[in-house]
Design a protein around this ligand. Structure first.
Ligand code: AMP
Length: 452
């Protein structure tokens, strides 16, 4: 009996994993350039963490979370998102005593949603969280990081920006919004109706065509922001302008989670269809406190790896090649033994190579070389063993070049190291930049070098 995988949870097969590794490698590189360091937290957390940290009124907690009882002890949940666990770790380890921190994570998240294209029950997120800084330039820098990341991958994504207000302006707005929505109840879809009481801001996020006229005419939070929130948004915009990041202010952009204040942003791509968001983030200045830590402002985002992979695939971007440098083709028993020895020698020197231990027809072995994506094929038989000479055959172009077997390691090691060099650097910025003013300045910060 065959057992199928769980609905909405996908296998990523080796050919596709190369693309994922590339997305993650570039993320690590870019995040290090901005001073973000990786944190790894468990996939399972107390269910209570998400109820408190994400909000009981959200669909994520209310309807979609995988919750189970741990042998009658505690209610646990598969994490539906990465921020709550990261914040828990931040608090639990007292990381706040060291001052501002920039962390990132990546890994699987779980939501029991209705599976469809771009929406799965297990999916993967890459996310950044910055703690301890309330100033709007941090928001601009984090958004620029994401724009930088997409640019390096060659992905075109549109940035939408909004402010969702804070405790001083949002409550009055919510009351107004709710009154408006209640009055237009009959024109709204069942989902909207359900959200009016529970999470009225989320109603603005509805994509149902028939709801759009009502929602477009709804009171706008952007027009009711308090002075603090207005100034914050203006500074984020000024920061983005200074960094050359294009954005569109969208008053209807909201985040589904309760803890967001002020800055909300989202990157979308036309390549994605109806689930067009590839990344979303925002400021959560009250979250650390909500989860029992000292008042600590924060801002973060999460991007969906499945969706990013879809964009890259649609753009015709082939995953990076992962084949070995050389595939040994044995012509006879003597050649097979020589191939075994040469392969061990190459691998010891860090050069990827392969061979087919079954031997067999040379034509089939060449086919195999092609299938595994080898750059070269090298025929070895008694003749080559005795002369110490062989021919490297380019698997794609079929061109040949003579090679002394004794020089194989040197030759292949050189050609392997001339491939795309990693720009990886150890975490921790090389230069810390200080600005002369403490409130986020709009002008160019004065720079001086120093220890971070
Ligand atoms: P969220 O945590 O809901 O703010 O989502 C952040 C990003 O994660 C989205 O922009 C998507 O790219 C991705 N994402 C969220 N939910 C899913 C899902 N069910 N399946 C695939 N990707 C998702």
């Amino acid at each position: 009996m065959k057992i199928a995988g769980v609905k909405g949870m996908n296998d990523v097969l080796p050919a596709e994993v190369a693309r994922w590794q590339e997305m993650e490698r570039v993320a690590r590189e870019v995040f290090a350039l901005y001073g973000y360091r990786e944190v790894r937290t468990p996939v399972v957390e107390p269910a209570q963490l998400f109820a408190r940290g994400v909000g009981e009124a959200t669909d994520i907690v209310n309807k979609e979370m995988y919750v189970f009882e741990d042998k009658g002890e505690e209610l646990l949940a598969l994490r539906p998102e990465g921020t709550a666990g990261t914040v828990r770790a931040f608090i639990e380890h007292g990381a706040y005593v060291e001052g501002p921190q920039k962390w990132f994570y990546l890994g699987p998240m779980f939501r029991r949603e209705r599976p469809q294209k771009g929406r799965y029950r297990q999916f993967h997120q890459i996310g950044c969280e910055a703690f301890g800084i309330a100033e709007p330039f941090l928001d601009a820098e984090q958004i620029a990081l994401l724009a930088d990341y997409f640019a390096r991958l060659g992905v075109v994504a549109t940035l939408k920006l909004n402010s969702v207000g804070d405790a001083s302006c949002r409550p009055a707005y919510l009351a107004k919004l709710k009154a408006y929505l209640v009055g237009r109840k009959a024109e709204l879809c069942p989902d909207c109706n359900e959200r009016i009481e529970r999470n009225p801001l989320r109603v603005l996020d509805c994509k149902v065509e028939a709801c759009q006229p009502v929602l477009n005419a709804a009171p706008k939070l952007l027009e009711e922001l308090c002075d603090g929130c207005r100034a914050h948004l203006d500074q984020v915009k000024a920061g983005l302008d200074a960094l050359g990041v294009a954005y569109r202010v969208d008053g209807r952009l909201v985040r589904g989670l309760d803890y967001y204040v002020r800055t909300a942003y989202e990157f979308t791509s036309d390549a994605l269809g109806s689930q067009s968001a590839v990344a979303g983030g925002g400021r959560y200045d009250r979250l650390v406190e909500t989860l029992g830590g000292p008042p600590t402002p924060g801002i973060g985002f999460a991007l969906g790896e499945e969706r990013l992979a879809m964009i890259l695939e649609k753009a015709g971007r082939a995953p990076p090649a992962t084949g070995p440098a050389v595939f040994f083709v044995s012509a006879d028993a003597e050649g097979a033994m020589e191939a075994l020895r040469r392969a061990a020698e190459l691998r010891k020197a860090g050069v990827a190579c392969d061979l087919d231990p079954r031997g067999g027809k040379m034509k089939a072995q060449f086919k195999q070389a092609e299938r595994v994506g080898a750059r070269w094929a090298l025929v070895l038989g008694g003749e080559e063993v005795r002369s110490g000479q062989g021919k490297l055959k380019d698997v794609k172009t079929r061109e040949e070049k003579a090679v002394a077997l004794g020089e194989l390691v040197e030759l292949l090691r050189r050609s392997a190291s001339s491939g795309p060099a990693s720009t990886f650097r150890a975490p921790g910025p090389w230069v810390a930049i200080y600005s002369a003013r403490t409130s986020a300045p709009v002008d160019t910060p004065r720079r001086r070098e120093g220890k971070s």
